[in-house]
Design a protein around this ligand. Structure first.
Ligand SMILES: *[C@@H]1O[C@H](CO)[C@@H](O)[C@H](O)[C@H]1NC(C)=O
Ligand SMILES: *[C@@H]1O[C@H](CO)[C@@H](O)[C@H](O)[C@H]1NC(C)=O
Ligand SMILES: *[C@@H]1O[C@H](CO)[C@@H](O)[C@H](O)[C@H]1NC(C)=O
Ligand SMILES: *[C@@H]1O[C@H](CO)[C@@H](O)[C@H](O)[C@H]1NC(C)=O
Ligand SMILES: *[C@@H]1O[C@H](CO)[C@@H](O)[C@H](O)[C@H]1NC(C)=O
Ligand SMILES: *[C@@H]1O[C@H](CO)[C@@H](O)[C@H](O)[C@H]1NC(C)=O
Ligand SMILES: *[C@@H]1O[C@H](CO)[C@@H](O)[C@H](O)[C@H]1NC(C)=O
Ligand SMILES: *[C@@H]1O[C@H](CO)[C@@H](O)[C@H](O)[C@H]1NC(C)=O
Ligand SMILES: *[C@@H]1O[C@H](CO)[C@@H](O)[C@H](O)[C@H]1NC(C)=O
Ligand SMILES: [Cu+2]
Length: 804
């Protein structure tokens, strides 16, 4: 059904009538001002309008096309560039590459081709100066498996465009702390053998037990009702590679509930080396009893007195569809935000460049971390050179080896490939402007249509207000959001960057999706019991963000300003002391003291300032960094799982001197060598001076998540969220949101309004076609895939699964 509602845009003013405290009883508006009234009753639009206004159709909600001032140097490779790099790589005989579709676990293949981000040094000369754009290089990741010692090899290929004379490749090492040959060992090289020759063989071996316990088996057969998978990262101590795997029920329908269906049986194996015939089964754990062989486990199982626990089985409790009686009125359409006069921002789609109300920025995208923002400026003055996710850790704990051994470092899976198409009207308002993202997989480029959304939104609270007996002044809080969602396995992470009219920026992450739960037995100290045999396994989500501030240039300092209790005697205090408070200021001098947590009671302001450019009052212009919806760093000390692979997770705030050799706090394969990972963040801290330097803030968002019954079937975004704000601190000479016309001042007195000042806001009438608010979701697509080798750009196809 198409519902046509006529809305009058002008002064939203009817609420004034409700102001009883000011004894207002007057008429509604004066002459030129319109009254907005779009109340709908009994499905009949009842509209009050000024008949002199012509009703025209509301504008298309598309962003104004613009041209970015400079090309996006943080953008992706074009399809042709990726195709030329892959063709060139296959021509380099020494790389000994096999096309992915024909590669076995003993062949070398190409895992990734993407643009290598430029060094900041070169980038600044281009974006701030008149130097040419930095030379473009491809970052290539090879899966080197034709070896007893398989490795992932990072190499750099370029400069682009490819030509057969000047193009070279060499190991990529400068962005990593491990200064070897750009290689990290690959513990997953024998993934196929692991399932076919190891886990399913074990599953078949104990099929008598699993049939008896749960009426199913995990043997790799079509009729399996059980699954076996385990810890990540693998145990890597004493030069061995040890895995613990758990048995899980496979859901009977399409709901992705497997992580809610643990069965409480765990098997340990030594999978060191590439020869599955040399792998060893090290034991079994059931109900907190360890058995050192399958034989010992079977003997115990079939002996008298063996305690068998129940199974977690799927049901409506694990399904997300609507359940229970429908609430009265819930089938009526809920209030919906619209953009009646179209998008009020401008976008260069090709360059992923955005301008809105004084703000501008470029959007980058990578396989590891998804979207990132670059060269964020307000009125042409850069505030951040780079803002983006670095890594996400989900560190579990439990009495059992599965939960105790789980500490996902999610860039291993990648946020880019899992940033799927957003659901219009649900993930983002239906009027949002969308961008596509692309990434490379196995000689193809996949495009996820509409996987980044851009939109304005008017908050449910104003930016500013004040009232007196003579006037009321209030300003709308309309902000700009950039959003994407990555579904990494069982979890959905929603990332939102917000830009506000007062010059502040927000970084927010929310989590939904299925929790990874634990079998309940003996896990009381690690979670709530949330279903018959289920524990909501405790875990810390820690998400590291890089914020490379440039406050009025790159010579920046970190000032700490603390509110402290004080006892003071003043000339006027009559000889007595007064218990009061005062400010204490200091600077962080070096990397010796640049890792810390948010102060208790929020008592310390963390300010990034430019000491050389005070304002006219002598105060340092800068930005304050503050948490606003709770953040988290890792509770675990010296984690046995991640060892040196996630030192970035240890503090809330960590500040380093910017270096081209330290562009990222993590590497997607840190989990493959946790003792000696490619990027060991702790090595960034070498006492360098931080006064008047180019600074990078590594900030952690996160949640200490102890799932309760309300996390079933899915965790909800309302409470699983974390955020940080960057707010101007003496940066501007006043609140810059005063520039917006989207405010009103109503003068009144004696019961009459004498003036309604609306500052020239758009005073417009248009007819809203309601249909766009409920977009046609039958147009939702899977991946758009274009093969790059052999390359035929005219042959894309659609694929909805198995993207990595
Ligand atoms: C894979 O191998 C088959 C058989 O050798 C060959 O015909 C095919 O072209 C190969 N695939 C690619 C993409 O090269
Ligand atoms: C090249 O790779 C193949 C497997 O694809 C392997 O059998 C061969 O030994 C490799 N050659 C060299 C020189 O490494
Ligand atoms: C980036 O900077 C590093 C460190 O100075 C240097 O080794 C590297 O060659 C530079 N990369 C490019 C692409 O210029
Ligand atoms: C490079 O050489 C290959 C094979 O020798 C050829 O197919 C290709 O067209 C050449 N590329 C360029 C850019 O010259
Ligand atoms: C699966 O099928 C095989 C062969 O048909 C049968 O032996 C086995 O019992 C079945 N397993 C289950 C769990 O039904
Ligand atoms: C397993 O445990 C039994 C009894 O505790 C012991 O006798 C045996 O040597 C152990 N076997 C292995 C392989 O460790
Ligand atoms: C997104 O991709 C689709 C399919 O390839 C294409 O039709 C559309 O033009 C792209 N949108 C943008 C903004 O590039
Ligand atoms: C930044 O500071 C350095 C010395 O620390 C100085 O040489 C340089 O000129 C300063 N840059 C600016 C833009 O003020
Ligand atoms: C308010 O308006 C009423 C009706 O126009 C008028 O009688 C009254 O004097 C006005 N009061 C003031 C304080 O202006
Ligand atoms: Cu969680």
């Amino acid at each position: 059904m198409k519902l046509l509602t006529t809305l009058l845009f002008g002064l939203l003013w009817q609420d004034v009538a409700a102001r009883t405290s000011k004894a207002y009883k007057g008429g509604r508006g004066r002459g030129k001002k319109l009254i907005h009234d779009a109340v709908r009753r009994s499905s009949e639009a009842r509209v009050t309008r000024d008949d002199t206004k012509e009703s025209v159709a509301c504008a298309e909600a598309l962003a104004t096309p613009i041209k970015a001032p400079k090309p996006n140097i943080w953008g992706q490779l074009t399809g042709d560039e990726a195709a030329s790099v892959i063709a060139w790589l296959f021509a380099q005989k020494e790389l000994n590459l096999t096309v992915s579709e024909n590669a076995t676990s003993w062949d070398n293949s190409v895992l990734l081709i993407e643009a290598l981000p430029p060094n900041k040094t070169d980038a600044l000369a281009f974006i701030d100066g008149c130097k040419a754009a930095p030379a473009k290089y491809a970052h290539v990741l090879l899966d080197h498996r034709a070896s007893e010692n398989p490795t992932y090899n990072d190499i750099i290929v370029g400069p682009l465009p490819i030509d057969n004379v000047t193009t070279t490749w060499k190991p990529l090492t400068y962005p990593f702390t491990k200064k070897n040959d750009g290689k990290v060992r690959n513990l997953d090289a024998d993934d196929d053998a692991l399932h076919d020759q190891w886990l399913y063989v074990i599953g078949a071996d104990v099929a008598d037990i699993t049939m008896d316990l749960w009426g199913g088996s995990a043997t790799g057969a079509e009729n399996d009702t059980l699954d076996i998978w385990g810890i990540d990262p693998l145990w890597q101590d004493d030069n061995k590679v040890i895995r613990w795997d758990a048995f899980w029920s496979i859901p009977e329908d399409d709901f992705d509930a497997e992580t809610l269906l643990p069965l409480g049986l765990y098997v340990m194996s030594d999978v060191t080396g590439r020869d599955p015939s040399k792998w060893k089964l090290e034991g079994w754990l059931y109900n907190d009893i360890f058995y050192n062989s399958t034989e010992a486990f079977r003997d115990a199982y079939f002996s008298e007195g063996f305690v068998k626990n129940g199974a977690n089985v799927e049901g409506d409790w694990a399904r997300t569809d609507q359940q229970g009686p429908v609430f009265p009125l819930d089938t009526a359409y809920p209030p919906t935000s619209i953009a009646p006069t179209g998008a009020r921002f401008a976008v260069d789609h090709d360059n992923k460049y955005v301008e809105w109300m004084g703000w501008s920025f470029y959007i980058g995208f990578s396989r590891d971390t998804g979207m990132s923002l670059h060269d964020i400026r307000y009125k042409g003055e850069r505030i951040l050179y780079e803002l983006g996710l670095q890594e996400a850790l989900a560190h579990y704990a439990g009495n059992d080896p599965m939960q105790s051994g789980t500490a996902y470092l999610d860039t291993f899976y990648g946020f880019g490939p899992y940033a799927f198409e957003l659901v219009s009207g649900y993930d983002c308002p239906a009027y949002a402007t969308y961008l596509n993202t692309s990434f490379y997989v196995a000689e193809t480029t996949h495009t996820h249509i509409s996987s980044i959304c851009l939109f304005e939104y008017t908050a449910d609270y104003p930016m500013q207000r004040h009232s007196t007996s003579k006037y009321v002044s209030v300003t709308k809080n309309t902000y700009f959001s950039v959003r994407s969602v990555s579904t990494v396995g069982n979890y959905d992470y929603m990332f939102t960057y917000g830009f506000y009219m007062d010059g502040s920026i927000s970084v927010e992450v929310r989590a939904s999706g299925y929790i990874q739960s634990a079998y309940f037995a003996n896990n009381e100290d690690y979670g709530f019991k949330i279903h018959d045999f289920l524990s909501g396994s405790m875990h810390d989500h820690v998400l590291n963000f890089k914020a490379d501030f440039d406050i009025l240039g790159t010579n920046n300092s970190v000032q700490l300003m603390s509110l402290v209790p004080a006892t003071k005697r003043y000339p006027w205090s009559q000889g007595k002391t007064r218990n009061t408070m005062a400010l204490e200021r200091s600077f962080i001098e070096s990397e010796k003291s640049s890792r810390f947590n948010w102060a208790d009671n929020g008592a310390t302001q963390v300010l990034v300032v430019n000491e050389d450019k005070p304002n006219k009052y002598g105060e340092l212009r800068g930005y304050r960094i503050l948490p606003y919806t709770g953040t988290a760093h890792l509770t675990v000390k010296d984690s046995s799982n991640v060892v040196n692979a996630a030192h970035w997770a240890e503090y809330d705030v960590q500040i380093t001197k910017q270096k081209d050799t330290e562009p990222k706090s993590a590497h997607p394969y840190n989990s493959q060598d946790v003792h000696d990972p490619p990027v060991n963040f702790a090595k960034f801290f070498n006492d360098e001076k931080l006064r008047k330097e180019d600074l990078v803030f590594w900030l952690n968002l996160g949640m200490h998540h102890v799932p309760h019954t309300g996390d079933l079937p899915n965790t909800v975004f309302t409470t699983a969220h974390s955020g940080i704000q960057f707010m101007p601190s003496n940066y501007f000479m006043g609140d810059v949101s005063r520039q917006t016309v989207n405010q009103v001042r109503v003068e009144y007195g004696g019961g009459n309004v004498s003036q309604v000042e609306n500052f020239g806001q758009k005073d417009q009438v248009c007819a809203l076609d309601f249909e766009p608010a409920e977009p046609d979701l039958s147009e939702y697509k899977g991946d758009v895939v274009v093969r790059k080798f052999p390359y035929d750009p005219n042959h894309p196809w659609y694929e909805t699964d198995a993207i990595v």
